[in-house]
Design a protein around this ligand. Structure first.
Ligand code: C2E
Ligand code: CA
Ligand code: CA
Length: 448
């Protein structure tokens, strides 16, 4: 009796070990098992290459949220079938977690180049996307893949690092519009190092007031007078070097820290305006940039309300700039934010108008006060006829919709004169002034 039940226990234990080695939903290897297999394959690499393909499904959460987990699970199973069934070069595959999959392929020397392999996967992704979008009624579903390669020269690489390189390339692919598959290269590691360096120094930079607000004047087209400014953040490190917003804003958007930096800028600007008003000095309206990240939580309305109460400045002295792409991604939240700001008496502009592709469509949906024409319309050199036509049409349309138009990136007199000719009310750009520190801007207001 004892022997029998002990045997049963052993048998049960073996079954558990066996199933635990596979992912229950997809039947693929568990990730740890995959890594062990991969390690062995690397040891026996010979003249072959091992190509790691790491894929995730963009907007998968949308499927789960909209159609439920059953459909989500079915999609993952379908995906694995597509993933696995086609080729004999696959040596192992695993679901890393959720909708992240990794496959290792052993590729003989004469099979294809790494770049050809990447193009092949890109094509495969596109074909799969079309199929899946139809089946799961989701026009946004996308596959994002990163690839890393191990050959006899890099065989000292361990399995985990090889997968993490492919995953890094996948993250790069996820941010790209044009390519769904990216091949890892060492420079990506540099990018990650820089990202870590930047994001980890933000809290200290905020505490030590390394951020400064610069102001770029806005000019009235008819009178050429200063009628406002845009607040643009500058980060000067203790060693005197500058980090520019084009570099650090996208990184701190990813980490969410942009909210703190934006709030810092808002507070500085409110305090600047309040101080000048208290001293009986002249002021002009200042516009503030709003990152897309604010729309995820919407604390921004409460924060602006608190600032208005604390500093007691007229609401007509601040405006908020939302970039065109914010509206595209989150039309509902953007609408809520605009309404909330309007309720406080604050104007809203659509920044970078024309840099996306459905700006016109959005204008009819959103109660915008000002459009800021992106500087893409004002290319270097003489103005192109096509740009002139587009600018004049946009300005005309804005007028009919009773929206004020401002053109940014004005660098030459020719451009400025043309904007006057077509009736664009405001201008901003290097032709008038670069963004300038507060003290210089204050002198400019005094001269006004
Ligand atoms: P943006 O909002 O489109 O700001 C205008 C950018 O165009 C500024 O770059 C400005 O220096 C530049 N610019 C202005 N006139 C000209 C011109 O005539 N020619 C050329 N070539 N460039 C011109 P900056 O200050 O480097 O800012 C870059 C971007 O970073 C901004 O683009 C904005 O999206 C973001 N940003 C800046 N400050 C903040 C901030 O406090 N919060 C948030 N969320 N984003 C910010
Ligand atoms: Ca702006
Ligand atoms: Ca802009």
């Amino acid at each position: 009796m004892w022997e029998y039940s002990a045997g049963k226990q052993i048998c049960f234990f073996m079954i558990r070990v066996k199933t635990a080695m596979k992912d229950v939903l997809t039947g693929l290897d568990q990730y740890e098992v995959f890594l062990k297999k991969l390690e062995k394959e690397i040891e026996q690499i010979g003249d072959d290459r091992i190509i790691i393909v790491y894929t995730d499904i963009k907007h998968f959460k949308y499927i789960n949220d909209t159609y439920g987990y059953k459909v989500g699970d079915a999609l993952l199973q379908d995906f694995v079938e597509e993933f696995m069934g086609k080729t004999d070069i696959i040596i192992c595959a695993a679901r890393v977690y959720s909708d992240n999959f990794v496959v290792a392929n052993r590729v003989p020397p004469d099979y294809c180049s790494n770049e050809e392999f990447r193009d092949l996967i890109h094509q495969l992704n596109q074909d799969r996307e079309a199929k899946f979008r139809e089946k799961y009624l989701n026009s946004r579903l996308q596959f994002c893949t990163g690839i890393s390669v191990i050959d006899k020269n890099s065989r000292s690489l361990d399995a985990e690092t090889a997968v993490s390189n492919a995953n890094l390339a996948r993250k790069v692919a996820k941010e790209m519009e044009s390519d769904s598959c990216v091949l890892f290269d060492q420079s990506m590691m540099e990018g990650i190092k820089r990202e870590v360096e930047i994001t980890s120094s933000i809290p200290k930079a905020l505490a030590q007031k390394e951020f400064q607000v610069y102001f770029q004047p806005k000019i009235d087209t008819d009178t050429l007078e200063l009628i406002g400014a845009e607040a643009l953040v500058r980060w000067q490190k203790p060693d005197g070097s500058f980090v520019y917003p084009d570099e650090f804003i996208p990184l701190i958007e990813r980490s969410g820290q942009v909210v703190d930096v934006d709030y810092y800028v808002y507070r500085e600007v409110f305090s600047f305006l309040a101080k000048r008003l208290a001293e009986g000095k002249k002021v002009v309206p200042i516009s503030l940039n709003v990152s897309r990240v604010h729309l995820q939580k919407m604390h921004i309305l409460q924060y602006v309300k608190e600032l208005l109460e604390e500093f007691r400045i007229p609401c007509s002295l601040v405006e908020f700039e939302l970039t065109e792409s914010i509206y595209l991604d989150n039309t509902e939240q953007a609408l809520e934010l605009i309404k909330g700001l309007h309720n406080m008496g604050i104007k809203v502009s659509m920044d970078d108008f024309g840099s996306g592709y459905s700006s016109l469509n959005l204008l009819s949906k959103l109660p915008i006060d000002i459009i800021k024409l992106d500087r893409v319309f004002l290319k270097e050199g003489e103005m192109q006829e096509s740009d002139r036509i587009i600018i004049s049409c946009v300005v005309d349309m804005a007028k009919k919709l009773k929206i004020t138009s401002l053109c940014e990136g004005v660098e030459t007199q020719e451009q400025s004169d043309y904007l006057k000719e077509v009736g664009c009310q405001m201008q901003q750009g290097f032709y008038f002034s670069r963004p300038i520190p507060q003290a210089v801007f204050e002198n400019l207001i005094e001269e006004k």
